[in-house]
Design a protein around this ligand. Sequence first.
Ligand code: CO8
Length: 256
Amino acid sequence: MEQPIIIERQGRVVIVTLNRPAARNALNSEVMVAMANELAPLDRDPGVGCFVIRGSEKAFAAGADIKEMADKSFSQMYNEDFFAAWDRFASFRTPKIAAVSGYALGGGCELAMMCDMIFAADTAMFGQPEIKLGVIPGMGGSQRLTKLVGKAKAMDLILTGRMMDAQEAERCGLVARVIPAEKLIEETLKTAETIAGYGKAATTAAREAVDRALEGGLREGILFERRLFHALFATADQKEGMAAFVEKRAPAFKGE
Ligand code: CO8
């Protein structure tokens, strides 16, 4: 069976590659469990100084796996606390850089925002298209995006579902650097090595201190968002939005 993620170690840097290229790296439960469980011991390892999270050239990740979610009911989503294990990944203490090439949509954009910074290839496209599926962001997007880029841009992206390119993402503060696609991994690794070369207590403290500036109410915000996300699985429009995606047709929402 194909591994959901590939983990490679280069000195003090751990490179994590999302490995579902045919599904544009859609984030299913297997990917989530692997990210939370397999990276946890590396996060605690004093010999690991930085994570680099990357996807394929075409897609960092095109969101949560719509095919896995499409038929779930509200009670299933709520009782499973669907996708809660992503919180474990988000709370790792080792610095993490997202190297984004191609699409970072929905859960893919949210995964990138769980990292400490985003380096984007000039081909990168960011968006929160969940509204087109009859739902809302469910992996922290409504909270993190708003804190990172402000209300105006967050509303624009979340309410319309449009994509923004790497340049716009850099202008609005989502992205730390835009890099020519062919140099993305090389430059990201260089930066990861620099960070990994510093004392781990200092880099951990630095990221904790910076995050502190943003974190007022984040935990509550994410829980609130997840409950709303789960609740939308009680609507007919969620069933229609996701069925339409799977069947490759336009959705017909009825407001039910
Ligand atoms: N889920 C499942 N399968 C996907 C996904 C996805 N998110 N994205 C792409 N795929 C699949 C396609 O179905 C297709 O499969 P197949 O070959 O079997 O037909 C394959 O990947 C290739 O896709 P395309 O042919 O569409 O590739 P393109 O390069 O033409 O287009 C896009 C790429 C633009 C990325 C397009 O695939 C797309 O729009 N994808 C969906 C994007 C989206 O709506 N993302 C949001 C998902 S919802 C979400 O992320 C909510 C997160 C919160 C969950 C937390 C719960 C608590």
